[in-house]
Design a protein around this ligand. Structure first.
Ligand code: SAH
Length: 348
């Protein structure tokens, strides 16, 4: 049995052809699914014989919402979603003036081992399929009762470590018959798997590529992110330049500020030298503290000083607004199981 959400329109049309059914049924079925009808038997313009055939070949897997946490400080909601194999992931919906944005997870856990991030504790369990990523949007959209217009691939998992499924998800989310979310409203964040950045550039998409840089030199980056042992900053920046050249899209560099580690004026200067002249944008994120490490958030004075330094050298910079921190829904706070966090709190 296949999760029908893993198929694109062309693939479902192909199935219709090989099963001696009319191709146009494929579109009808997707129309129902995107209208939140998730049982073939409720699709009342589909003949019963076909509904039965579909039931024998496919299932529609929408993860169960196990728990919803609502932030008191903003309108962020975190959903704990359970897949039928028993794995749980977290998805976050943020409300902005320009629309609803969802932060989806791409893997159950993560193997990248960034020192400051909760998602990687315990490693990776498995990749999520394109349909499983897509169904996070379906489940969340139904729960909030409003359209989701922006997607960030910044939940747990490293998107470029699950390349094929993530790429298929992007095409599905962008498809007219699907959510019809513009590519410019999709952001993919990566810790920097260099060969995959070149591969992604070849797709020539209009999505925003965000690079988790977090340090302006290799020594410091290695102390924070194991991926830095594999690819140097120079290799990473060269890949980004080639991505920009190919797509004409501005790249975002994410820089999480850790008190006394990477937030000094020396690091700001190194960062300026590194990024000057590149079509980019820097997103400063005061680090969200997690209990498994000793990294502390930079003071707001340091954040401001870092920001001022970058902007005074003409580097376009924003300070990311922290959302959902009171429900552990902020960057780096998502876990593959909420129980994981709860049990640790209780010392289990
Ligand atoms: N694996 C991808 C996407 C997930 S993380 C990546 O590495 O980019 C999304 C962003 O949150 C990344 O920039 C990540 O480095 C950052 N992040 C992780 N833990 C964080 C924390 N504790 N505080 C602030 N940002 C964090």
């Amino acid at each position: 049995m296949i999760n029908i959400l893993d198929l694109n329109l062309q693939e479902l049309k192909h199935w219709m052809n090989t099963n001696k059914e009319s191709e146009f049924r494929a579109k009808q079925i997707f129309d129902w699914i995107y209208k939140n009808v998730w049982s073939f038997h409720d699709m009342n313009n589909i003949p019963t014989t076909l509904r039965n055939k579909l039931d024998n070949a496919f299932y529609i897997e929408i993860p169960e919402i196990i728990e919803t946490l609502k932030s008191e400080s903003d309108e962020t909601q975190k959903f704990l979603l359970g897949y039928k194999d028993g794995n749980v992931i977290e998805t976050v919906v943020m409300k902005y003036k320009h629309g609803n944005s969802i932060c989806v997870s791409t893997q159950i856990g993560c193997k990248m081992g960034c020192k400051f991030c909760a998602s990687t504790i315990g490693g990776v369990i498995r990749n999520l399929s394109s349909g499983e990523i897509l169904s996070q949007v379906l489940a969340a959209q139904k729960a909030i009762g409003e359209r989701i217009s922006n997607v960030v691939l910044m939940g747990s998992g490293e998107p470029l470590d699950n390349y094929e499924n993530v790429l298929k998800f992007i095409y599905l989310a962008n498809a007219e018959y699907g959510f019809n979310i513009g590519q410019r409203h999709i952001t993919l964040s990566t810790c920097g798997i260099v060969p995959k950045i070149y591969e992604l550039a070849e797709e020539d998409l209009q999505i925003t590529l965000a690079i988790s840089l977090h340090a302006p030199n290799d020594l410091l980056r290695k102390s924070m992110m194991p991926i830095a042992y594999k690819y140097s900053i120079e290799e990473l920046i060269t890949a980004c330049k080639s991505y920009i050249e190919k797509t004409n899209r501005r790249v975002t560099f994410e820089y999480s500020l850790v008190k006394g580690v990477n937030d000094g004026s020396e690091q700001a200067e190194q960062l300026i030298n590194l990024l000057r002249g590149i079509l980019c944008h820097v997103n400063l994120i005061p680090i969200n503290e997690i209990r498994e490490n000793s990294y502390e958030k930079s003071t707001s004075d340091n954040v401001k000083a870092f920001y001022n330094k970058l902007t005074s050298f003409g580097i376009e910079t924003t300070i990311r607004k922290e959302m959902g921190a009171d429900i552990n829904a902020a960057c780096g706070q998502l876990r593959r199981s909420y129980l994981q966090g709860e049990n640790e709190k209780k010392g289990v």
